[in-house]
Design a protein around this ligand. Structure first.
Ligand code: FMN
Length: 178
């Protein structure tokens, strides 16, 4: 599958099959995340793969979207390493989650190519996630990513790309016209 096809067919997975994710597929999506570019090549990301049912259950309690975490056969939690992110964007806004977001995007597109569904959850209680996964100071959860084969109905997920703004609403040339 080429990258444009993966981008076009992506949708956030709303319901997972309980079938386990084969280890080689997990490795493949994590390998794609690892290859993401980052500022100064600092690679300020870490990933914890949670497959243990009890740990997943506890993680699920940290989010109003916990059902997805409990039901998916695996959950990948992506973290940012604070000391590796010294810069701002244009000198005014923290670049904190940027690199990790790039890696998560790689991961989600690679998952499409592997026939897997993912979602990206930011609605979670940071302290609870820290406690469940024994996360030290200076490391921050950026994305909780349930991953697995999409259930047949997929929780009524919309067709890929539905609800996106038109090109005219978001793209302009030469100056900012809105
Ligand atoms: C950075 C980011 C954070 C998101 N956080 C959540 C979340 O906390 N809960 C949730 O249900 N979906 C979350 N999503 C999924 C979006 O709601 C979803 O991508 C959007 O509605 C478009 O649907 P689609 O991905 O199926 O095209 C997130 C997506 C992104 C990119």
């Amino acid at each position: 599958m080429d990258v444009i096809e993966a981008i076009r067919s992506f949708r956030s997975c709303q319901q997972y099959h309980s079938r386990p994710v084969p280890p080689e597929k997990l490795k493949s999506v994590l390998a794609a995340a690892r290859l993401a570019p980052s500022q100064h090549n600092l690679q300020p990301w870490r990933f914890v793969v949670v497959q243990d049912d009890e740990r997943k259950r506890l993680l699920a309690q940290a989010s109003p979207r916990g059902k997805l975490m409990a039901e998916a056969p695996a959950v990948i939690v992506a973290f940012a390493v604070e000391e590796d992110i010294p810069v701002t964007i244009g000198g005014y806004i923290s670049a904190y989650p940027l690199d990790v977001a790039r890696a998560v995007d790689h991961l989600q597109l690679a998952a499409v190519a592997e026939g897997l569904g993912t979602n990206w959850i930011i609605e979670f209680n940071e302290e609870k996630v820290r406690t469940v996964l024994h996360v030290p100071e200076g490391i921050h959860p950026i994305a909780v990513i349930p991953i697995g084969y999409p259930a047949e109905a997929n929780g009524g997920a919309k067709p890929p790309g539905e609800g996106r703004k038109s090109p005219d609403e978001i793209i302009a040339y030469n100056e900012y016209p809105w």
